[in-house]
Ligand binder design. Sequence first.
Ligand code: ADP
Length: 258
Amino acid sequence: LTQLEAEIEERKKAEAEARQHQIQKESAQELALRKEEFMSVASHELKTPITSVKASLQLIERMVALEEKLQSVEPLVKRASRQVDKLTGIVKDLLDVTRIQEGKLELFRSEFVLADLIAENIEQCQPTESKHEITVSGDAQLTVFADRNRLDQVLCNLLTNAIKYSPDANRIDIRFEALPDGGLRLAIADYGIGIPEDQIQNVFDRFFRIEHTSQNFSGLGLGLFISSEIIKRHGGQMGVESELGKGSTFWFILPRLS
Ligand code: ADP
């Protein structure tokens, strides 16, 4: 009888544990869902006031430029405007993450010359204070059939990272080529801090950032996640090779789609 009682006791205990486990699992799922909902709502809510502040600043900037007496205000307005651009970038990234999670990242493909996009990108994404010389090599006539704005976003993310994570280097190399199957491969090489071997497999994860002990780099850990998702949506693939202290090469392959 005591053995039977012990068995029943044992089974009850196991059931209670299983119930507890199930509850924990459900609340973790609920929490994750609530976090995602929060992110989506918060970024939508932030978008409207930021857009409105930006519009006002642009107007003030124009008025200040016309009034000689107000010219000392100009740098302040410019600085505020740059900060608003940064906020806009953050909100855009958060909205993109939501879009990706909901499977709503749409592509609008067109045919364009890749070298032109790269040239525009270097012009627009390279911060004025950057001292890097950026070399580009590849067929200047090569055309791609892809979402131009989204590819621009990918290139800008990779280029700003290459600049940001190579503060002591002065060179970045962009190379691209057509593949025998009609696809395309592009690589951006920097000669910067590199990525530790044990963390390299995580760099494309959402919100993943490496704690670089020597320096503080700002960021949310979303650029590479969004970029690799954009490339995946095109049917392509993104990867990285890196050596700590020597530099990193981020690359992607796009299949020929038309
Ligand atoms: P963020 O730069 O905002 O932190 P990313 O998603 O662009 O986010 O990058 C994720 C992490 O990968 C960064 O925090 C950084 O540690 C690492 N990383 C990205 N690009 C490079 C690079 N070119 N060289 C070294 N580390 C990099």
